[in-house]
Design a protein around this ligand. Structure first.
Ligand SMILES: NC(=O)c1ccc[n+]([C@@H]2O[C@H](COP(=O)([O-])OP(=O)(O)OC[C@H]3O[C@@H](n4cnc5c(N)ncnc54)[C@H](OP(=O)(O)O)[C@@H]3O)[C@@H](O)[C@H]2O)c1
Length: 276
């Protein structure tokens, strides 16, 4: 949603792991013209995902060390339980002060500082809507990472949505707002469409319009800075239709349900990362 600025053509961005999240970030960066296909280099053990990445004109390999050696910015985009082994594998291939960006859920900056002690680590918690430049990608830096490293990470992610620093202990909350909330918002969109169908709108039209109701409201809030409560007040005329719907939502506890969903997801994420 913010304006993108192409990075220097000499910047090479590597991804170790080329699955769903890596592909979302890559597609977002291509879509926003931040990087060209020749500025990426991606590795994974099998060709399952690499074949799809190759179709984007991007160089791929099964050799993690080669990607580590040839990248200025190195994303670690495999699953959390592969991270320790991957770091051992590439330790001799990274340069001193190389910028490394792990994106795994529930793995602390400390793990990467220990695994790659010569590198500058900035942990980013991205989200799939980064692919369409409307995602959340908050970040936390290691002690050794510099303001210049932060600038690079923000130059990559600001064009893909919201990207700001946050304390590491809050990354699991922002991850749920970016990731799990995609599922919750989809349920709300589907339910709005179902309601519209119930009241006579054809299914195809209902499914087409329902996402716009969330998108439009979100854009208004982001672009005008108006508080959500103010928007609700602005569209609620005395004795009108909207307040009848608001009354039903309050009776059914929609606010409490959303807060409970967030609490449940964050507590579960904390439990999972404690047991790792
Ligand atoms: N998906 C999300 O919404 C989301 C959001 C925030 C953060 N994350 C984090 O992003 C990371 C990737 O998640 P994902 O959803 O993209 O998973 P995914 O689709 O399963 O992709 C994992 C990738 O890692 C590769 N891989 C496995 N072992 C490897 C190794 N030893 N060396 C190099 N690559 C290896 C896999 O290779 P193959 O292609 O050969 O299978 C695959 O390309 C995870 O740490 C996750 O916590 C995901």
């Amino acid at each position: 949603m913010s304006k993108s600025q192409a990075m220097s053509p000499s910047v090479m961005v590597g991804f170790i792991g080329g699955g769903n999240m890596a592909q979302s970030i890559i597609k977002g960066l291509l879509r926003e013209d931040v990087l060209k296909p020749e500025q990426f280099y991606v590795s994974a053990p099998s060709d399952r995902n690499l074949n799809k990445i190759k179709e984007l004109g991007i160089k791929v390999t099964n050799n993690n060390r080669d990607v580590a050696t040839k990248s200025n910015v190195l994303f670690l985009a495999c699953k959390p339980y592969h991270m320790v082994a991957v770091m051992e594998e590439i330790r001799e291939s990274v340069e001193d002060e190389q910028l490394v960006v792990p994106i795994s859920v529930g793995t602390k900056v400390e793990l990467f500082e220990q695994g790659l002690p010569s590198c500058h680590i900035i942990r980013v918690m991205p989200s799939l809507p980064n692919e369409v430049a409307a995602g959340i990608a908050m970040h936390t830096k290691s002690i050794r990472a510099t303001a210049k490293d932060v600038d690079i990470v923000e130059a990559l992610f600001k064009p893909l949505g919201c990207c700001e620093p946050v304390q590491e202990n809050l990354l699991d909350v922002t991850a749920q707002l970016g990731g799990a909330a995609c599922a919750w918002n989809s349920i709300i969109i589907e339910a709005l469409a179902d309601g519209a169908v119930k009241m006579g709108l054809p299914r195809v039209l209902a499914n087409k319009l329902a996402p716009y109701s969330l998108l439009g409201t979100a854009k208004l809030i982001i672009e005008t800075g108006v508080h959500p409560a103010q928007i609700k007040d602005n569209v609620t005329s005395p004795g009108g239709t909207t307040i009848c719907g608001v009354h039903v939502m309050e009776q059914r506890g929609v606010r409490g349900a959303m807060m409970d969903a967030m609490e449940g997801a964050v507590l579960k994420a904390r439990e999972i990362s404690k047991n790792k």
